[in-house]
Write a protein of this length. Sequence first.
Length: 277
Amino acid sequence: MLPPALEGFFPANALTGTDKLVVIPVVGRDILVAKGSLELVIDREQADVMQFFCQQRLVLGQWNGVDCEVWDLSPECRSMEGFSVMELRSVLLSSTDEQFSLASRAVQMLEWQKNHRFCGGCGESTESAADDHALRCISCDISLYPRISPCIIVVVRDGERCLLGRSVNWPEGRFSALAGFVEAGESAEQALHREVFEESGVQIENIRYVGSQAWPFPGQLMLGFIADAVTTDIKVDEVEIAEAYWWHYRELPAILPPITSMSGRLIARFVEEVNGA
């Protein structure tokens, strides 16, 4: 029996031989779901109609105690009768954390397989490892694992105000927590100080870890924090951040990230902290 924290979706690299098998059908980076349903997995019998269009199958682990695979389907399946396509970002908005984790793993594992068919060192073909979720180059004797890029994301607090910025690629009025990749050789804390200062000119202290979230756009692990401001003068870099402001918790921007995202959770946590929750 799995501990409660691992119930729902449990990643694994081999089938356990459960009586049933469920499938998450993927077309490109989208999930194929039965029309009128938000369920991401279908049973093996439902998946039979897709076998002809299946280009690759990978073991994901167990879903609610049942073996689970992802099937990579050809583009024709987008118009398959009785099914519709759900974009990955729509899964984020409409699903539980466990469902989003499952969908994230499904898409990322398929993309990893497609993008690592050949060894980057010698150019020889790779092959799937029998005992691990890895691709191996026999010639170089190395194993290649799915790439996950760690990122920090932070809401900086100044009393009852928080610092939110707008990316240069976003429409007017859309704001979020500041974020960025952890560079080679950096700790998450070092990345926090650097990214916040680079993007806004603000210095921080009293860093508190809040939580993490898989972010398959394309393959990040978001590490969420709240920090306190040491300085409050803002000077945006205008390279990644177009504008940034201090927002009072009662007068936040009209367009904020969904609560299902790490940014949305951090903003909600900031409001809770201010209210003494």
